[in-house]
Design a protein around this ligand. Structure first.
Ligand code: NAD
Length: 365
């Protein structure tokens, strides 16, 4: 294992193994100066301690920027969820890391873990405070409520307002029509904004006059793809990134904008709904051209803000209000502090300052 500690962490790296089930897992608590370490639990065959540390550090910044009283952490369970006894693995992992919950770690869904696994994890630890993203029947606020997409919508409005684009004339293209993409489109179209293109793994559907949300949702659920939508042109999934729209929202996969297509991006504003839809170097290419990039950990923080609300026992209505306030305030703050279009540098500086301040106040430095 080759994790280099720095002034922020990680505070704890705990690798666990359960002899009976053969479960291997890891918990990395990066920094708890602002509160218990919060981050998802991924369940994949090749998870490594280094990978989990990278994700834990990202959570330290994300939670600080979202301005919620959580530190950063992440956990991983190694196993193929299709072949191992998933429930037994989750329960074994919960027993091993129980001493750190919830003071140092609070779980949440990530790759191959959903509200179902969060319910099992919390049950095994013995407290609902062990995880967020639990089913609503046991007091959870699941991601299925659409908090992340709602936050992406709020960030988009702030970004458009910042460059004075008239919302009535705004055109938007969204990559992905999963949890994040559907709710982003729903809130944008409710506001009367034209979403002109949406993609999924089968391709892009495009209509310059706008797509109908309910119709698209119905088409996707009945036919399995947005490209079966009747009233539009079918393009490739890759073509979405080249469209002449005001706002481009990559909302599905990592590294979709790269050296080969970055110069084809015509949108003036790119709101990163997915995690790492492009590397920082690629963002800088867009920034140099005068484009506005709302970084992932600013735009897609609705999910972690919802987690905090669940942890505090707030209801759905209160949660949406808090997501709205925090995403709007933090996006405005980042844009106001940005020098030379480098929104990521500004966002990171704000997050680091908040963590450093909490560490100083606790006498940790
Ligand atoms: P999801 O699994 O619900 O949806 C993923 C979507 O991507 C699906 O519609 C799928 O069709 C589409 N897709 C797959 N291949 C594609 C392709 N080649 N071209 C276009 N679309 C393709 O996932 P999600 O929860 O919506 O998450 C999407 C992204 O947002 C991920 O990067 C995730 O890490 C990030 N994110 C999600 C949340 C959340 O609360 N769900 C929070 C923060 C960040």
């Amino acid at each position: 294992m080759s994790i280099k500690n720095d002034e922020f962490g990680p505070e704890r790296v705990i690798e666990v193994y359960d002899q009976k089930t053969g479960m291997w897992g890891v918990l990395v608590v990066d920094n708890t100066a602002r509160g218990p370490g919060k981050g998802g639990m991924r369940f994949v065959p090749d998870v490594t301690t280094e990978e989990v540390f990278g994700l834990a550090r990202a959570m330290t910044w994300k939670n600080a920027l979202a301005e919620i009283p959580f530190g950063g952490a992440k956990s991983g369970i190694r196993g193929d969820p299709k072949t191992v006894n998933k429930e037994a693995f989750i329960r074994a992992f919960a027993r091993k890391i129980k001493p750190f919950i919830p003071d140092y770690y609070i779980g949440g869904p990530d790759m191959n873990t959903t509200e179902k696994e969060m319910a099992i994890f919390a049950d095994e630890v013995g407290t609902p405070l062990a995880a967020t993203g639990k089913p609503s029947s046991i007091g959870g606020l699941p991601h299925e409520l659409g908090s992340t997409g709602f936050g992406v919508y709020c960030a988009t409005l702030v970004a458009a307002g910042f460059v004075n684009i008239d919302l009535n004339k705004l055109t938007v293209a969204i990559e992905g029509f999963g949890n994040v993409g559907t709710f982003t489109m729903k809130y944008l179209t409710d506001k009367g904004i034209d979403v002109v293109a949406v993609s999924d793994s089968k391709g892009t559907i495009y209509n310059e006059n706008g797509l109908d949300f309910e119709n698209l949702l119905d088409t996707k659920s009945k036919k399995g793809t947005v490209t079966a939508y009747k009233d539009g042109k079918i393009l490739s999934a890759e073509d979405l990134f080249k469209l002449n729209v005001n706002v481009l929202i990559p909302g599905a996969r990592p590294n979709v904008i790269h050296a080969k297509n970055v110069n084809d991006v015509k949108a003036q504003i790119i709101v990163e709904a997915a995690n790492i839809p492009m590397e920082y170097e690629i963002e800088k290419v867009l920034m140099k051209k005068g484009k506005m990039v709302i970084p992932d950990f600013v735009a897609n923080a609705g999910g972690v803000i919802s987690s905090y609300c669940e942890w505090r026992g707030y209801n759905e209505k209160e949660m949406f209000k808090i997501v709205e306030e925090k995403i709007i305030n933090n996006t405005e703050l980042v844009l106001n502090k940005t020098v030379g279009n480098d929104t990521r540098a500004a966002a990171l500086a704000i997050a680091k300052e908040r963590v450093s301040d909490a560490m100083s106040k606790r006498g940790w430095k």
